[in-house]
Design a protein around this ligand. Structure first.
Ligand code: GLN
Length: 287
């Protein structure tokens, strides 16, 4: 038998030894007990029943030894106040993408009339976090979501159903499915793969062994998807129109230049995240 605090102590030293984030134990146990962090802290002196302890140790070992992401063990991740199902077929939602949502909503309010009937497309939807969150937060939007991976689209559909929103899902590469059916949209959002191939070698195996490469990497400089998106964008974007991309830190100037080249009359804006990193690029066409 072990008390909760003893189990957590064991987990953090085990994880430290394996070079993982020591706090992962807390997240795993919270999920397993169905408790908030505050509730768990308040029950630190409680004994952990033998079966729960065994399950907990098993999941800590899975993360520590096999480098399985804790979100895959738990089966979900929180994003913008909602729970999203995730697995190895899609990227795990990251907090930076919440900032893309926040700024996209602010810019949408400024650019379009409050009663406008707008369409939005999320390109490379993965787990569907951008499409589903925008549909939940701005219910008047008609939302399209595109992904190359059929398996990712399955997860995205599960998440759309769980949050009770109607989204039109399309399988294909970047803007191609929209172009093939002549669809134009008012708002285009994307968090495409943007990591340079060469970064793979120093990345954690928690990421490289368990998240899909096609969701992470995009050519030698990581800019391949932005190049293609920018080149084809004039064909799918209405006027007025809003584009919002998440980018890797340090990529914003290059991505802004790509957007300026393909949308010469757009206002292009680099936005920094709460950590002071250049993580978003927006383009607005006023009319
Ligand atoms: N749009 C999804 C997300 O933001 C997937 C992104 C990706 O696979 N690169 O998590």
């Amino acid at each position: 038998m072990m008390k909760i605090y003893e189990a957590l102590k064991w987990a953090s030293s085990f994880l430290r030894e394996k070079g993982r984030d020591e706090n992962a134990g807390e997240w795993l146990l919270m999920a397993q007990l169905g408790k908030t962090r505050a509730q768990m802290l308040a029950s630190m002196q409680d004994e952990l029943p033998a079966l729960l302890l065994e399950q907990f140790q098993e999941s800590v070992r899975k993360h520590g030894i096999e480098a399985v992401p804790i979100q895959h063990i738990i089966g979900s991740e929180e994003f913008y106040g909602r729970t999203f199902t995730v697995n190895g077929d899609c990227l795990i939602p990251r907090p930076e993408t919440e900032e893309l949502i926040y700024h996209a909503i602010e810019k949408k309010k400024k650019l379009f009339a409050a009663d406008a009937n707008l369409t939005l497309a999320d390109i490379g939807t993965g787990s569907g976090i951008i499409a589903v969150t925008m549909a939940c937060e701005q219910p008047e939007l008609s939302v399209f979501a595109v992904d190359l991976s059929d398996k990712a689209l399955e997860i995205a559909k599960t998440n759309a159903a769980a949050h009770d929103v109607q989204i039109t899902f399309m399988q294909g590469n970047l803007l191609d499915p929209l172009m093939e059916c002549g669809k134009k949209v008012d708002i285009l959002l994307s968090n495409p793969p943007y990591i340079p191939e060469s970064d793979r070698e120093w990345m954690s195996e928690v990421v490289t062994d368990h998240e899909p490469s096609m969701a992470l990497f995009a050519g030698e400089d990581g800019l391949d998807c932005y190049r293609e998106l920018a080149a084809k964008m004039p064909e799918v974007l209405n006027r007025p129109g809003l584009v919002g991309f998440e980018v890797g830190a340090g990529q914003s100037e290059s991505v802004a230049a790509l957007l300026k080249a393909s949308l010469p009359d757009a206002d292009v804006d680099i936005v920094f995240d709460i950590n002071g990193k250049d993580r978003m690029v927006f383009a607005e066409i006023k009319q």
